[in-house]
Design a protein around this ligand. Structure first.
Ligand SMILES: Nc1nc2c(c(=O)[nH]1)N[C@H]1C(S)=C(S)[C@@H](COP(=O)(O)O)O[C@H]1N2
Ligand SMILES: [Mo]
Length: 315
């Protein structure tokens, strides 16, 4: 076990960015060459979204799009930071449905297009802090998760919300083969009050356009005061339940990853400090680390959710 956590060097930090093809380059290139066929079937071209700005956005400078779309964690497509950008174009994101079920008066299977035509999209520029010690600022486009939950009318007995990512091993290379990084589906959960909090959103886009596949297209959760792994990608099921659900990283290593996983500079990971973070996209390898903030800087809005709880015990 290393005494210091030495972050793995990402190829995007030592190679000119242009080498990395993201979906937009691919689409622009294909369009220029008149090659619509370059896009895999069912993977949607990036489309512009209509949205309003939100007072809940930070005014910090967003991480460049190039970094947001080439430095990713999405183990269904591989465990290296560049794997999702390289492999995720195979995921078919159309058509897409999200089931909302469990302890609700109206279990519903939403077709994504119907859902999108009935919500008001907002831009939410949020800080994202990964448990690994790096961070970004991402201009998400989405809407409050509470909108969807309310439509299904949660029963009084519902205390938690469980989320599931799609399982599709023919399109997700990380889900097949001998070595499986995690058990599938990827699962996550929130307490109902966390899920209903106005900062908690379902994102369908970033930088004004539909989500790139590597960022969790077509719909993913964003919970900005918690470590990034809570923000589950490519959601197909949302279940209202009574008991605290299992979560992927807690199931994998419960001593290192808790259910709550609120960003907290005073509660270290067993193998590394959480006191500081490395902003991605600002100076590459030699970027200066900056202090990590309690609840990722959202304490004013969310600290009340945890009154009286020992944050070391409920990590
Ligand atoms: N289904 C799924 N969701 C996931 C992950 C994953 O591996 N699979 N990784 C998580 C982690 S560790 C982080 S930091 C964020 C990264 O989101 P981004 O790539 O859009 O920045 O996604 C989270 N959601
Ligand atoms: Mo993460």
């Amino acid at each position: 076990m290393p005494i210091f956590h030495v972050p793995r060097i990402n190829p995007s930090e030592i190679t000119p960015n242009e080498v990395f093809l993201n979906r937009r380059n691919l689409i622009a290139g294909a369009a220029a060459a008149g090659l619509a066929a370059v896009l895999p079937k069912g993977s949607a071209a990036a489309a512009k979204l209509d949205f309003a700005k939100s007072p809940l956005s930070t005014d910090e400078a967003p991480t460049p799009l190039e970094d947001v779309t080439s430095y990713n964690n999405y183990y269904e497509f591989g465990t290296d930071k560049g794997d999702p950008a390289a492999n995720a174009s195979t995921l078919t994101t159309k058509p897409w449905t999200v089931a909302v079920d469990g302890l609700v008066a109206r279990p519903t299977e939403f077709h994504l297009e119907d859902l999108l035509s009935s919500v008001a999209l907002e831009e939410r520029i949020y800080r994202l802090r990964c448990v690994e010690g790096w961070s970004m600022v991402i201009p998400w486009i989405g809407f409050p998760l509470s909108e969807v939950l309310k439509r299904s009318e949660p029963l009084g007995s519902a205390k938690y919300v469980a989320f599931e990512t799609v399982v599709r091993s023919e399109e997700m290379p990380g889900q097949k083969g001998l070595f499986q990084a995690l058990a599938w589906p990827y699962i996550e959960g929130l307490r109902l009050d966390e899920a209903m909090h106005p900062l908690t959103i379902l994102a369908v886009g970033l930088y004004g356009e539909t989500l790139p596949n590597q960022n969790g297209a077509p719909i993913r959760l964003v919970v900005p005061w918690k470590y990034g792994f809570k923000s589950i990608k490519s959601i197909v099921r949302i279940s209202l339940i009574e008991k605290q659900p299992e979560t992927s990283w807690n199931r994998q290593n419960s001593g290192e990853y808790g259910f709550y996983s609120n960003v907290n500079p005073q509660v270290d990971h067993p193998r590394w400090s959480q006191a500081t973070e490395r902003p991605i996209g600002t100076g590459g390898l030699f970027a200066k680390r900056k202090p990590t903030r309690l609840f990722n800087g959202y304490a004013e809005q969310v600290a009340h959710l945890y009154t009286g709880m020992d944050l070391r015990k409920f990590y």
